[in-house]
Design a protein around this ligand. Structure first.
Ligand code: AMP
Ligand code: MG
Length: 412
């Protein structure tokens, strides 16, 4: 049996980043940029007002206050989208709206709240009382303050955020080059499985794995394709697994243990190649990996939590590598165990658990029973607490490494 690290290495050795594609910027959220993006304009493109108010010359406002305002003529009224026609001369002001270009001659903007329009609503031809002094540059947003023309603003390898999409739009990019979402085929196996809109008869259960895996694929940035269930015979399994080459990855669940009808490994070695089929871990030792028609193939175990843990450890990093991510794994934290944990085998344990953060750091407690058939404790978990090989016991109060399931990557 190989270790979790060996298995992960073997998986990633076969996985390549997919070729980039051009897509509409709204389809790039959370994906990895495949090009550097530079700006064809300054942003802001011109000096503009940060306030609704009056463009002034600071020298005219010396000594101005609430009690002793300076009264000045208003020579023009400039709305956002308009362009000032007149320069502001000594002893003059221009009424200006947020985002409008600052007229020549003005060196500050006074917000409207510190003024009082005396005639004609403060528009051109009227006068205004200004009740404050101003500093040079006050309330003026400078040209190029955010981005300078020619600057590389977004770099290949960055993950696209909503703000990045706003920047792309501001830089005039409708489409950009991005790494694709891997298309992942999902195949549940088992004669006992019925569709989720059926009431399970005697000996039957609903196929939940196809859906938990599809959700994990979505969360990892992939595109799930749920294929028909493969029944527990070679012909049916072969027919469905042969479709692997239509996709970037194929994931099956079940049919990889030692049962009489576990045919996935036989079919895999028959129509593809098998790299490994067992990993020293719990839950879910029968993790199978290989290729079919050049497509990487994951044969995850059938028990609902073994399936999900196998996905976390092996399939998720593969999807992220294909998608161009640099960080493939979830963040981990060190946490203090809230109770003793007994281990029945020498394998690495991944315990479904809940992390909480206190003043002295993280504490971790099991989120319920650890049977691999149970999904409720997986649902309640926000981490997988990893208990190393070699230990037969992890003591309350000892520190363990926890893989966080609640965040994708980044600082904690
Ligand atoms: P297997 O590895 O095929 O023997 O499956 C192990 C256990 O997981 C059995 O109890 C199966 O009934 C269960 N199981 C397998 N596939 C699914 C599935 N798609 N949805 C829910 N449970 C499953
Ligand atoms: Mg089965």
């Amino acid at each position: 049996m190989i270790t979790v690290e060996q298995a992960r290495e073997a998986v990633l050795a076969r996985i390549d980043r997919l070729s980039a594609e051009q897509v509409d910027i709204l389809d790039t959220l959370g994906r990895v940029l495949a090009e550097d993006i530079s700006s064809d304009v300054d942003i802001a493109p011109f000096d503009n007002s940060a306030m609704d108010g009056f463009a002034v010359r600071v020298a005219d406002l010396e000594g101005a206050s609430e009690d002793s305002p300076v009264i000045l003529p208003v020579i023009e009224h400039v709305a956002a989208g308009a362009f000032p026609q007149l320069a502001v001369g000594p002893g003059q002001v221009t009424r200006i709206m947020t985002g409008a270009p600052v007229p020549e001659g003005a060196d500050a903007v006074v917000m409207i709240e510190r003024t009082e329009s005396l005639e004609a609503g403060g528009g051109a031809g009227g006068t205004v009382a200004i009740k404050t002094t101003a500093k040079v540059g006050e309330n003026i947003r400078k040209r190029g303050e955010d981005v300078r023309k020619g600057d590389v603003v977004l770099s290949a390898g960055e993950v696209v955020s909503p703000a990045a999409i706003g920047l792309m739009a501001a830089m005039g990019r409708a489409k950009v080059s991005i790494y694709p979402r891997p298309r992942v085929a999902i195949v549940a196996t088992g004669d006992e499985l019925v569709a989720i809109d059926e009431y399970p008869g005697p000996g039957k259960i609903r196929n939940s794995n196809s859906y938990s895996i599809a959700a994990q694929v979505l969360a990892a940035g992939g595109e799930p394709h749920i294929l028909p269930v493969a029944r527990d015979n070679e012909a049916d399994t072969r027919a469905i697994l042969s479709r692997a080459s239509e996709f970037d990855l194929m994931v099956t669940t079940g049919g990889v243990s030692m049962g009489d009808f576990d045919v996935v490994k036989d079919v895999l070695t028959d129509i593809g190649t098998m790299d490994f089929w067992k990993v020293a871990m719990r839950p879910g030792a029968p993790q199978t990996y290989g290729t079919i028609g050049g497509t990487p193939f994951f044969g995850l175990p059938g028990n609902p939590t073994s399936t999900m843990v196998g996905f976390e450890l092996f399939v998720r990093p593969a999807i992220r590598k294909m998608s161009g991510f640099v960080t493939l794994d979830r963040p981990t934290v060190q946490a203090v165990l809230a109770h003793d944990v007994k281990k029945k085998s020498d394998r690495r344990y991944f315990l479904r658990a809940r992390l909480t953060k206190g003043e002295d750091g993280y504490t971790v407690a099991l989120s319920g029973s650890q049977s691999s058939a149970l999904l409720t404790s997986m649902h309640r978990a926000n981490c997988l607490a990893s208990i190393p090989e070699g230990l037969s016991f992890a003591e309350k109060g000892s520190t363990v490494t926890c893989i966080r399931l609640d965040i994708e990557e980044g600082v904690q």
